[in-house]
Design a protein around this ligand. Structure first.
Ligand code: PLP
Length: 406
């Protein structure tokens, strides 16, 4: 075979592939174990893929909309999305955020929350501009920021995975363009305390006003409607003129594969028109063009539909009680479908190996910027949790014995 010379893959993508390798390894190892032992003998807690399906009424809406489909419904549309969909989103957002002046001009429909974050970063970042992330964070943020020439600055949360406001403020430089918060959080399941987010919002407005240059508080909140306790989910939009929301229907309607979400701009942000115009063009320049047309027609008929939260809540109780009984320690997860316990000895990769030897797949915390923990996704069938709990207990005992605690 002729020598093909150097790899066609860019240095940027080589680095992205290298940094994703632990996820790939986990995935490949999972497949290998499933082939050897059979899928039902492998306990896979590594994926954040919704396990609770959309409600049956959602299917009825799909059928109805498909039946009414006209030839013109499948063409390109205004990049920001259909007006009736944006009005529906705005109406719900007025209630959620308690802001009467949210209207369709605040809404850009996107390809999931990920599409929203990408068009937002594309719109605000010049090369070398900084975005502050709070660790532990959703690992894809690193790529979303770097895709558009930005530089990530990581600020750890406190011992309860809550934002450390002074540390965040100390990390803000002239190049900082946004602070990203994610509550309920992936990977911890923690809901950020409302008073902390409100105070952070005040500080962001103050800094932006003092320096006369924008600084945004971006709330990535696809798990907003997946909260199982009486924790109050804060509104970054209400707390801060520079607050914006990127979110989706991936989790609360179980539509992750349909790629439908939106960016919600702040009605009180004076330069909102500039940002809206940039987002509208970014959807095109990045090749998304517009959010999926069919889903945009479906959504306004969905009212307040959501997946059966009771199923996630039951999983959460089962796994949190079981893990705590076995001796795992973690702050109480209020929402989403993840727990993030600490591991004995602090070596998260070694601990994931111990679990893997028992055919239990989890993800090391270092992938989320926080070594010493593992992420367990409980978006699985309850019997997977029931059968895996003794294995979690065994792995903890094995690690404790190794570290002289057993
Ligand atoms: N943000 C967080 C915190 C997530 O966990 C996810 C998906 O898992 C996303 C964003 C991406 O969401 P979407 O599928 O709507 O693009």
């Amino acid at each position: 075979m002729a020598n093909e010379g150097r790899t066609p893959v860019s240095a940027f993508m080589r680095s992205a592939i290298e940094r994703s390798s632990w996820i790939r390894q986990m995935f490949e190892e999972g497949n290998r174990l499933k082939q050897i032992h059979g899928a039902d003998q492998v306990f896979d807690f590594s994926l954040g893929n919704p396990s609770v399906p959309p409600p049956s009424a959602f299917r009825d809406v799909l059928v109805q909309v498909a039946g009414e489909s006209r030839a013109s419904d499948h063409r390109y549309m205004t990049n920001v999305g259909l007006i009736e969909t944006r009005e529906w989103v705005a109406g719900r957002a007025r209630e959620t955020h308690g802001l009467d002046d949210i209207d369709a001009s605040c809404v850009v429909m996107t390809c999931g929350a990920a599409g929203g974050l990408n068009i937002f970063f594309r719109s605000i970042l010049d090369p070398g501009d900084e975005i502050i992330l709070l660790s532990p964070y959703f690992p894809e943020y690193l790529f979303y920021v770097e895709n558009h020439g930005g530089k990530v600055v990581v600020v750890p949360t406190d011992g309860e995975f809550q934002p450390d406001l002074d540390a965040i403020e100390a990390a803000v430089t002239e190049r900082t363009r946004a602070i990203v918060i994610n509550s309920p959080n992936n990977p911890t399941g923690v809901v950020y305390r409302a008073e902390l987010v409100e105070e952070l919002g005040r500080r962001v407005d103050r800094i932006a006003d003092e320096r006369g240059a924008p600084l945004f508080l971006v709330s990535d909140e696809p798990y907003r409607r997946l909260i199982y306790t009486d924790a109050r989910q804060p509104s970054a939009l209400a707390a801060c003129r520079h607050g914006i929301v990127c979110t989706s229907f991936s989790k609360d309607l179980g539509l992750a594969g349909e790629r439908i979400g939106y960016v919600l701009l702040n009605p009180r942000y004076a330069r909102r028109g500039d940002l809206f115009g940039a987002l509208a063009i970014a959807t095109r320049t990045l090749g998304f063009v517009n959010a999926p047309a069919f889903m945009q027609r479906v959504l306004p008929r969905c009212g307040d539909l959501s997946v059966d939260l009771g199923k996630y809540r039951a999983n959460r109780d089962l796994i949190v009680d079981g893990l705590r009984e076995a001796g795992y320690e973690m702050p109480s997860p209020d929402g989403a479908f993840f727990v993030f316990p600490a591991v004995p000895g602090g070596d998260d990769v070694a601990f994931c190996h111990l679990l893997r030897e028992r055919r239990v797949l989890t993800v090391p915390g270092r992938g989320f910027g926080t070594p010493g923990h593992i992420r367990i996704s409980y978006a699985v069938e309850p019997r997977v949790i029931e059968r895996a709990l003794p294995r979690f207990a065994e792995a903890l005992q094995a690690a404790a014995a190794e570290h002289g605690e057993g």
